[in-house]
Design a protein around this ligand. Structure first.
Ligand SMILES: [Zn+2]
Length: 106
């Protein structure tokens, strides 16, 4: 069973518990503002990689900014510079993905 993003239910549950704030900017999720709504994120932009090491929750603002960019390139961009988001400030799951990128297991 999987949700509409093809994320397995058990991965979804785990990530919902783990990521109570945006994994990138750390903002607390809120439904009051479109930008601070939680959204499903593939840290490495490959929808086939659906493990807890690649699935995370981030705010809509970060998700929209990151888009299909490579994590390392996005972290170097203006959005992250303006928000003081660096490889040091992101959540552990993202740090882990920087040092040990999730890979597709065939
Ligand atoms: Zn964010």
């Amino acid at each position: 069973m999987a949700n509409r993003w093809r994320i397995p239910i058990e991965v979804e549950k785990y990530v919902l518990e783990r990521d109570s704030t945006c994994v990138y900017c750390g903002i607390e999720f809120s439904n009051d503002n479109r930008k601070t709504k939680a959204s499903w994120e593939h840290i490495v932009n490959d929808i086939r990689m659906n493990g807890t090491d690649n699935i995370a929750l981030c705010c809509m603002a970060c998700n929209a900014s990151k888009g299909a960019k490579l994590l390392s390139i996005w972290l170097d961009g203006n959005y992250c510079k303006n928000k003081n988001i660096t490889s040091e400030t992101v959540a552990n799951v993202v740090k882990e993905a920087i040092t040990n990128p999730p890979k597709l297991i065939e």
